[in-house]
Design a protein around this ligand. Structure first.
Ligand code: PMV
Ligand code: MG
Length: 379
């Protein structure tokens, strides 16, 4: 299934180096199914948004550099020792990038592609100019952009699902929790229905199987499908101004999920039913069904937060939602909550002047985002 398509040889031997490659990957937002989606096989709906991380890879000689506009003063230098990529310790801001490089290179070696030196440069639109995080999934987008740029640089012929699996392996090597829905949204674009892989299964397989084998086999629980929402549906995104830690919030729920008072299994079942009905309604242009599912998911998440002692819907997110509801939209927290963004689904014809004015009074900023159209097929 996978053979290197590029057969250009090493720069040090004086032969032609690969052409530079530049890839951009979009950020994401959750529409529904948060928290439940971290359990393998449970569904969520996400979108990719039209703000991007761009990764450019170009040939280098003995020393490679990794640079980013996010860390203007931190140019990371690296060398090779055999096939290993060697860097000085303490350069952690590049964790996801380094993990992505290592996993792609492991695949390249398995496919017989010679490893090379390169400079890798990152630019991001996912945080604003002063570095404030909107919660649009910058770690996932930088992982996806790095994976895709290096696959291009090495000329590896991998399906889009194999590319997704490389990016997922890279993220679990850095991060303890997370469903990978953000990675899938960034990889495929558009609106997706996603169910998560089993991290423990993947970790165990990783120790036992060669990477090419792991990339081509079925992963239990993992599924991604593009969905086409109704034309009339408009997405409005509000930003609360306060960044939230997904890892801390998810960790809080995970730590308490065994307590009977959390009713975790009931939450998983109800979230699954709710997300399935949302997907059905999106695909059948059923505006009432969409509104019902979004409102139901808001309630389920609020209840989960109350039962587990975690603030998913902060007072500012409640204000964001209530103002949107008053204008006829269906609204909820997006992602882990605790700050970051809320989303509103509303008819394209509806007047949103009141909504905008209400948000402004509450210090909520409407983000000027659109859905990034799918640019790869899922295969
Ligand atoms: O807050 P975000 O946008 O990173 O989303 C987190 C969504 C969760 O379902 C709570 C966690 C996950 O990894 O899916
Ligand atoms: Mg978030």
């Amino acid at each position: 299934m996978m053979v290197p398509m590029n057969t250009t040889t090493s720069t040090t031997s004086g032969e032609r180096a690969p052409d530079p490659v530049s890839v951009r990957a979009p950020g994401k937002l959750y529409i529904a199914g948060e928290y439940a989606v971290v359990e393998p096989g449970h569904p969520a709906v996400l979108i990719a948004v039209d703000r991007y991380v761009t990764v450019s890879v170009s040939p280098a000689l003995d020393t490679g550099h990794i640079t980013s506009d996010q860390y203007a003063n931190l140019s990371l230098e690296w060398h090779r020792r055999g096939d290993d990529l060697v860097i000085e310790p303490d350069q952690t801001p590049y964790d996801f990038v380094l993990a992505a490089i290592r996993v792609v290179e492991e695949a390249a070696v398995a496919l017989g592609a010679p490893l090379r030196m390169f400079d890798l440069d990152i630019t991001s639109e996912l945080d604003d100019k002063v570095g404030r995080k909107f919660g649009l999934g910058s770690s996932a987008a930088v992982t996806v952009a790095t994976v895709r740029a290096l696959i291009g640089y090495y000329g590896l012929d991998l399906t889009s699902m194999e590319q997704l699996k490389i990016a997922l392996i890279a993220t679990i090597e850095v991060q303890r929790s997370g469903s990978g829905g953000d990675v899938a949204a960034s990889m495929f674009g558009g609106w997706i229905a996603y169910t998560a892989f089993d991290r423990e299964w993947t970790r165990a397989q990783r120790r036992e199987r060669p990477i090419d084998d792991l990339l081509s086999c079925e992963w239990p629980g993992l599924s991604v499908r593009l969905i086409t929402p109704p034309e009339r549906l408009r997405l409005v995104v509000g930003w609360t101004g306060s960044p939230a830690s997904t890892a801390r919030l998810v960790g809080g729920v995970q730590a308490r999920k065994g307590q009977s008072s959390v009713h975790y299994n009931r939450f998983l079942t109800q979230s699954g039913e709710c997300v399935s009905s949302l997907i059905e309604a999106l695909e059948h242009d059923d505006a009432d069904g969409i509104d019902r599912a979004i409102r139901r998911n808001r309630d389920l998440l609020r209840t989960l937060g109350e039962h587990s002692g975690i603030t998913i819907e902060t007072p500012k997110l409640s204000a964001l939602i209530e103002i949107a509801e008053a204008s006829g939209g269906a609204a909820k927290t997006s992602g882990a909550g605790g700050g970051d963004c809320g989303i509103v689904l509303i008819d394209r014809e509806a007047d949103i002047d009141e909504l905008s004015a209400g948000w402004e009074r509450e210090g909520i900023r409407a983000l000027d985002l659109r859905v990034h159209r799918p640019d790869t097929t899922i295969e």
